[in-house]
Design a protein around this ligand. Structure first.
Ligand code: PMP
Length: 428
């Protein structure tokens, strides 16, 4: 039998001799049958080292809202590269980008730029603690806020608030309280006047793409105001994806601070913390040290400015397209899985979705813990074999580059993958 992944296998073997584990972010090692090595991405399509083509619903774990290699972003980056790669100093594009963020994001009157989402979360916590002169932070079970120690507790898949990984300093999370989400009474019980910040994914896409109960976000907004805690929305995924102004625009609740990354940079490394002028004064005054050699890097800020500009100019056309592509993908997965007798649940909201292998609806973190991750990983593998690239744990993203043809190709591939998995189950 020919091996569809022989070049990827060889690449992985080679990489393992110099890269610890063969992958540069641990999660990439979970792909089956092998972490695929890619050669090229265009629009919604990826090509791997073996020449296999895929319709891509992983989209670099979210940043590629405009698809692979969008021309306006490439043009802006080429233009910047002809001038300079880095300044480590002020330049015009970073201010233009900040203006664009302040124009598009409801809570943003001022912003600062960092490089990764995790880093920006750390900045947001610092600003919140400084603004309130308090230290305790409340996060929610099943929400993910990056890999740094303080908030790497109680994330997706976690049963409780214990550290997510070996090597983590438990003391770093000592001032973090993990609370169930969508449970107002639980929050009321834990929220006191010692809380600096309440941080959440306003739509927890990472844990299962769950929606806030009607009125929940409004109530959290009111509660945090009452006790003087800063409300932080982690919009690393939802930012620019669920609406031009993120989940806060789409759901109509404005936090004090919000963090953006992923889609902001269209694939280039950049993140932002933004908020009211009053709260951001902590950074503006220099009381909070916001540092970083690469902050406001001209290449990343040029890419982000082009991406936000494209989304802003074409918002009326692009957001309905994203909506349609998201629901089309969810429909394809639901209907083809059902036709093959597979128990697939797909939660979808706009351009983000999460698929679970489950007989019952999955509407909460606790229900997500009951779903069969192992079987979904096998389905993800079958999808890969049939030319559809998805994140093995269930996350799904669409981009403005996904066309009707891509979706039609996807339907055929999903049908074949589901039939194979179904036949495998029948044999077992
Ligand atoms: N917050 C959320 C909601 C995320 O999904 C992620 C990354 N998946 C992060 C923070 C961390 O971002 P980064 O990987 O850029 O550090």
């Amino acid at each position: 039998m020919t091996d569809r992944y022989s070049a990827s296998r060889a690449q992985h073997e080679r990489a393992r001799r110099s890269i610890a584990g063969g992958v540069t972010s641990a999660i990439r090692g979970t792909q089956r049958p092998i972490p695929v090595a890619f050669a090229q991405g265009r629009g919604a399509r990826l090509t791997d080292l073996d020449g296999n083509e895929y319709v891509d619903y992983a989209l670099a774990y979210g940043p590629l809202l405009l698809g692979h290699s969008p021309e306006p972003v490439l043009a802006a980056v080429r233009g910047q590269l002809s001038k300079a790669i880095a300044f480590g100093a002020s330049h015009r594009v970073e201010a233009e980008l900040a203006e664009a963020v302040c124009r598009t994001v409801p809570c943003a009157e001022r912003c600062v730029f960092s490089t990764s989402g995790s880093e920006a979360i750390a900045v947001a916590l610092r600003i919140a603690r400084s603004a309130t002169a308090r230290t305790r932070v409340v996060k929610f079970l099943g929400h993910f806020h990056g890999w740094l120690d303080p908030l790497a507790v109680g994330g997706p898949g976690a049963a409780d608030g214990s550290p997510a990984t070996a090597g983590q300093d438990p003391a770093a999370s000592a001032s973090v309280t993990v609370c169930p989400w969508n449970d107002l009474e639980a929050l009321e019980r834990t929220l006191g006047d010692d809380v600096a910040a309440v941080i959440m994914e306003p739509v927890p896409v990472n844990g299962g793409c769950f929606l806030p109960e009607p009125g929940y976000l409004e109530a959290v907004r009111a509660l945090t105001r009452r006790v003087g805690a800063i409300l932080i929305f982690d919009e690393v995924i939802t930012g620019f994806r669920l609406a031009l102004g993120g989940a806060q625009e789409r759901l109509g609740v404005v936090p004090d601070l919000a963090v953006f990354a992923k889609a902001l940079g269209a694939g280039f490394p950049i993140s932002a913390v933004c908020g009211s002028a009053e709260v951001m004064e902590e950074a503006a005054s220099g009381r909070v040290a916001h540092l970083g050699t690469m902050n406001g890097n001209p290449v990343s800020t040029s890419a982000a400015l082009a991406a936000v500009g494209e989304l802003e100019r074409r918002a009326d056309e692009l957001y309905p397209l994203l909506e349609a592509a998201g629901s089309a993908l969810a429909d394809i997965l639901r209907s083809e899985a059902a036709a093959a007798g597979l128990p697939l649940v797909v939660n979808q909201f706009g351009a983000a979705a999460y698929a679970f292998w489950s007989d019952a609806p999955v509407d909460s973190h606790l229900e997500a813990l009951e779903a069969d991750g192992e079987s979904y990983r096998e389905l993800a593998r079958a999808l890969l074999d049939e030319g559809v690239h998805v994140i093995p744990r269930g996350l799904l993203y669409v981009s403005t580059a996904h066309t009707e043809t891509d979706l039609e190709t996807t339907r055929e591939a999903v049908r074949r993958a589901c039939a194979r998995v179904s036949a495998g189950l029948a044999r077992a």
